[in-house]
Design a protein around this ligand. Structure first.
Ligand code: PEP
Ligand code: CO
Length: 449
């Protein structure tokens, strides 16, 4: 691509970028980042793209999830283990229900930069710059914390590396041994109206795993290691540029800071800097698609980002909201069908369903999340297209950030354990329940749900 290089985005308008007072210090940091080793390899990235191509065709399913915004403080053993655990367990439930391989991708090891609707935040008459993720500044509401610091970019790289290092160790070794569903924390299942079916599914999964073991065709070692990939919103283009590399001897450029970067809903303008950056990297990429996406705009975007129409290259993460999906999604499906662009349709039932309680707490209702998932499967089935993935904000901890679910969290419970700095996440039970509901519906309705 002769008209592209990792810095060509600089000639375009880049929204949502922090302003740094000390540009020399920023340059110094970017230089250091550019010298650091990559976090992932092109072989892993290519393998993921091959798997996403299967999911686009309905032969695999993408499970992508994690925090809205990772924090440096949560770069500790326990939260990382719990996040991996919930995603692995969800993936087992989904394998069992959908009867397809599940591609596991975390919003992890780099999800440190957040787009904000306003540059500033005002509390009690005091106005400060908005918190833009630990990559940029800090969340407490003080002038000192809200300063943008170039050093945070290096810290983001380091925390990503530490997180990924531990994830790699966990997924290679005994932690990922999937043979012990009896260790799952499924007390909540008994509270659910579907309790019997869920327990039956857990027993079924256990039996299937034992069967594989007895059969001997699959060795214990194979069962105890799993593929796990990383993703984040590639928002801060200077950071992404520093981690964009040409693997030796190759003509192609890859973002080697993550396997699977995505463009957010606020930065997907066709003539903007983010789209310019993304069009030149070889990674599989995703774009968030929302109520403001037009059919023509979407096809223009696909033409630019995937001119060769490579299967596995493009994932569309749809986030309309339970109330708007029925009017918005069918038009986009029809346009994509007509254009013959190969895409993986994924459903993000989180970002269109955010609301604020009377007490000013940001939350989401489990019923609305579930309703958007159901609608998505139903609409795709009617159009002869396939839901190839789901994108969730979740954590393995017992937070109280989203309302509803079998545990019956109410708005009054939200303050008990609300830890997110940005958007509310599903807790362990709520996340598992989504997996159970999808699996259950698939087993009843067949693979197309
Ligand atoms: C997010 O995924 O956290 C996010 C900001 O989403 P969107 O770009 O869809 O608003
Ligand atoms: Co979010």
């Amino acid at each position: 691509m002769s008209d592209w290089d990792p810095s060509s985005w600089r000639a375009k308008t880049a929204l949502q970028q922090p302003i740094y007072a000390d540009s020399d210090s920023l340059q110094g940091v970017l230089q250091q980042l550019g010298d650091r080793p990559p976090l992932v390899t092109r072989w892993e990235i290519d393998r993921l793209k091959t798997q996403l191509a299967l999911a686009a065709n309905g032969d695999a399913f993408l499970l992508q999830g994690g925090d809205c915004s990772e924090s440096f403080a949560a770069c500790r053993a326990d939260p990382i283990e719990k996040k991996l655990k919930v995603l692995l367990q969800m993936s087992l439930v989904l394998v069992y229900g959908l009867k397809k391989p599940i591609i596991r991708v975390g919003r992890i090891a780099g999800q440190y930069a957040k787009p904000r609707s306003s540059d500033t935040e005002t509390r009690d008459g005091v106005t400060l710059p908005s918190y833009r993720g630990d990559c940029v500044n800090r969340s407490p509401f003080t002038p000192e914390d809200r300063l943008t610091r170039p050093q945070n970019l290096l810290a983001a790289y380091e925390h990503s590396a530490q997180t990924l290092n531990y994830l790699r160790a966990l997924t290679e070794g005994g932690f990922a041994d999937l043979k012990h569903p009896e260790n799952w924390e499924l007390d909540f299942v008994s509270l659910s109206p579907q309790s019997d079916e869920y327990h039956q599914m857990v027993r079924g999964i256990g039996d299937s795993l034992n069967f594989l073991d007895v059969l001997g065709g699959v060795t214990r070692a194979e069962l105890s290691r799993v593929d796990f990939y990383t993703s984040h919103e590639a928002l801060l283009l200077a950071y992404e540029e520093a981690l964009t590399r040409q693997p030796s001897g190759e003509a192609e450029w890859y973002n080697l800071g993550t396997h699977f970067p995505w463009i957010g809903d606020r930065t997907r303008m066709i003539d903007g800097a983010h789209v310019e950056y993304f069009r030149g990297i070889k990674n599989p990429i995703a774009v968030k698609v929302g109520p403001s996406t037009t059919s023509d705009g979407l096809i223009e975007l696909l033409d630019l980002l995937n001119p060769e129409r490579e299967v596995g290259r493009m994932t569309l993460i749809c986030r309309f909201g339970a109330e708007r999906i029925a009017e918005s999604l069918p038009l986009l499906i029809a346009a994509v069908q007509q254009s013959n662009h190969p895409v993986l349709w994924s459903v993000d039932p989180m970002h269109g369903n955010t609301m604020t309680t009377e007490n000013g707490i940001k939350t989401r209702h489990f019923d609305q999340i579930l309703s958007e998932v159901r609608e998505s499967f139903a609409i795709h089935a009617r159009h002869g297209t396939i839901v190839g993935g789901i994108h969730l904000e979740l954590t393995g901890n017992n937070v109280t950030e989203c309302i509803g679910g079998a545990g019956g969290l109410s708005s009054g419970d939200l303050s008990t354990a609300y830890e997110s700095n940005v958007d509310p996440r599903l807790n362990y039970e709520q996340a598992m329940e989504i997996a159970f509901l999808i699996a259950k519906q698939a087993r009843v309705a067949g693979p197309e749900l």
